[in-house]
Design a binder for this molecule. Structure first.
Ligand code: HQG
Length: 192
């Protein structure tokens, strides 16, 4: 497990963060790593997940998983009603349908990326790359944070209202991320 000065400062929380990142890998991208499958709505069996992750992180039990879900800073995961299943709310690369209703977006949304991607984005529009959807946010601050993950950030304003009028479909994940399949370049306005 990675262990650095930042982890030391964060104490126990860093352990949870490490496990949370692993859960994110399993529930969004690679369930086969621990020999489990997701159903078509993205649900994994909680006991199977705990058992599978236990090989790497034996400390994980039901109570710790509940704490991870409850305290996750982006509310990445949800349990089903009876608590027997768990899924990621968004961010998948594997084709699952998390049953989001189409939702009317605000007039404008934001997308944060890295400056080195801007030439390609302005030529080809925003593409979902390895994920199912392009991820957008309702506020510029979140976009800046997302963009900073990739390098020196560049921020785009997305003309969501005009996209809607042209028939593009939007979803809002249960943790507030706006999703759409692609954003053609004509709907992008670079802020920074
Ligand atoms: C870029 C995190 C070149 C796109 C965040 C982005 C988010 C292009 C990168 C969530 C392009 C894909 C998603 C094009 C798009 N040419 N580059 N035509 N079109 N790109 O990580 O939006 O912590 O898949 O701009 O908070 O950065 O994981 O997407 O830079 O909500 O929960 O290709 O991931 O959440 O990168 O982040 P990503 P993202 P979590």
């Amino acid at each position: 497990m990675r262990h650095d000065a930042q982890d030391d400062r964060q104490g126990t929380a860093s352990g949870l963060t490490q496990i949370s990142k692993y859960i994110s890998l399993i529930l969004r991208h690679r369930p086969e790593v621990i020999g489990i499958t997701l159903d078509r709505h993205g649900w994994a069996d909680v006991d199977a997940l705990i058992a599978g992750i236990g090989k790497e992180y034996p400390v994980l039990d039901r109570a710790m998983l509940e704490e991870i879900v409850r305290t996750d800073n982006k509310q990445r995961y949800s349990f089903n009603e009876d608590g027997t299943k768990i899924r990621a709310n968004q961010g998948h690369s594997i084709p699952v349908d998390v049953e989001l209703p189409q939702t009317e977006p605000p007039q404008t949304l934001y997308h944060g990326t890295a400056q080195r991607f801007t030439a390609s984005i302005e030529a080809n529009g925003l593409l979902p790359q390895s994920r199912l959807y392009v991820h957008l946010s309702a506020d510029e601050r979140t976009a800046r944070k997302v963009g900073s993950r990739h390098g020196k950030p560049a921020i785009y304003l997305v003309d969501a209202a005009r996209m809607r009028r042209a028939g593009h479909v939007f979803y809002r994940s249960v943790n507030g991320v706006w999703l759409t399949k692609t954003v053609p370049a004509r709907y992008l306005h670079r802020l920074q």
